[in-house]
Design a protein around this ligand. Structure first.
Ligand code: FAQ
Length: 316
């Protein structure tokens, strides 16, 4: 059998991608493809885990038993998504310890959106409706991506995100049918969360260093701006339906393009947040580092059990 050079292997790999084939963990892949996936998937997993914090903040203060049960289930779902994607990342040959180390030392990022505080109950509605709504638009596209374990994880995760999206919208719809104070609380929440939700899709296309490579390898099927536009187009009618407005004076429907055109995103704020200078960055990292330290005994116990089991199997 002829041994293929690195270049020939890369060409064959690209042919497979172009044909729409799915890449599995044991298949040959360029080192850069593996690295890009580790970067993106691990950051996605960190986002799910950090994303539990702003909502977890309201579990004890949910306004009814039903709301508390729903919120608890949602926050648990996010933990499940994080663990699922961490496992997917491990299929690329990196250990959980390494992935966690990169996160806890601040080398790996997590989504900017989770560095904003949840000040009122309406923020729980806004997160479900806007943040999960944005995540669904992004992840439905990722579910058609080229790396099997990640794409399959997205299919399952999107099903749960759909439920999260509906519960968020229902919270806001209920508030909008309530008193003047409740309507104001809902609107105030949208005023604070609208622009950060648009930032979730990443920098604009002319400023996105990873997009070209990820699109070539069909990890990403659409650009950051395309997905952001899709989110805006589907969200504005939902806002109008319950009497909410978004804080963008330049937003208007363009009959010719059949899309909403929108105002400029504050990229200075975005860059500050992704570089550790957002409102809650320090608090979020401290919470995760504390949780990691406090969980050391669980990891030690699990490792001791695994070692014992392995030595028994060997002896038998
Ligand atoms: N926040 O070249 P690009 C959720 C970084 S899950 C922070 O455009 P790329 C569920 C980017 O990493 C939300 N950093 O990058 C939930 C890169 O930095 P690096 C998370 C950001 O990869 C709901 C640099 O900027 N979802 O919400 C952000 O092509 C409710 C240049 O950017 C995912 O992670 C940002 N917003 O596109 C949980 C989905 N945007 O790594 C709880 C998977 C960009 O070179 C409650 N990820 N950066 O140092 C993706 O789709 C992509 O990675 C993008 C960025 C679109 C996020």
């Amino acid at each position: 059998m002829k041994i293929l050079s690195e270049e020939e292997l890369e060409l064959k790999f690209q042919e497979r991608i172009d044909k729409g084939e799915i890449i599995e963990p044991k298949d040959w892949m360029p080192e850069r493809y593996r690295k890009q996936l580790i970067r993106m998937m691990s950051q996605h997993a960190h986002s799910e885990i950090v994303g539990m914090l702003p909502e977890g903040n309201w579990i004890t203060r949910a306004p009814s038993l039903r709301r508390k049960a729903v919120l608890l289930a949602k926050v648990q779902d996010e933990a499940g998504h994080g663990l699922y994607i961490y496992s997917g990342t491990e299929t690329l040959g990196i250990s959980r310890d390494q992935v966690m180390g990169d996160f806890l030392t601040g080398k790996a990022k997590y989504s900017s959106i989770f560095n904003y505080p949840t000040l009122t109950w309406a923020d729980i509605g806004a997160i479900g409706w806007l943040v999960d709504g944005a995540a669904i638009v992004n992840q439905t596209a990722l579910a058609k991506g080229s790396y099997g374990p990640y794409a399959r994880a997205m299919v399952r995760i999107c099903k749960e995100e759909n439920f999260h999206h509906k519960q968020g919208y229902e919270i806001l719809a209920t508030l909008m049918k309530g008193s003047k104070e409740q309507r104001e609380m809902a609107q105030d929440s949208i005023n604070r969360f609208w622009w950060p939700s648009l930032m979730m899709f990443g920098p604009s296309d002319n400023n996105s260093p990873n997009s070209a490579e990820l699109i070539k390898w069909k990890v990403k099927k659409y650009s950051n701006d395309e997905l952001r536009q899709r989110f805006i187009d589907r969200t504005i009618p939902q806002a109008e339906n319950i009497g909410l407005t978004v804080p963008d004076k330049d937003l208007k429907w363009d009959e010719e393009t059949r899309h909403y055109s929108h105002g400029e995103i504050n990229w200075v704020e975005f860059n500050n947040v992704i570089n550790g200078r957002g409102i809650c960055n320090k608090e979020r990292m401290k919470a995760r580092r504390d949780a990691h330290e406090n969980g050391a005994w669980v990891r030690e116990a699990a490792n001791a059990y695994a070692r014992k089991k392995a030595s028994k199997t060997k002896a038998a």
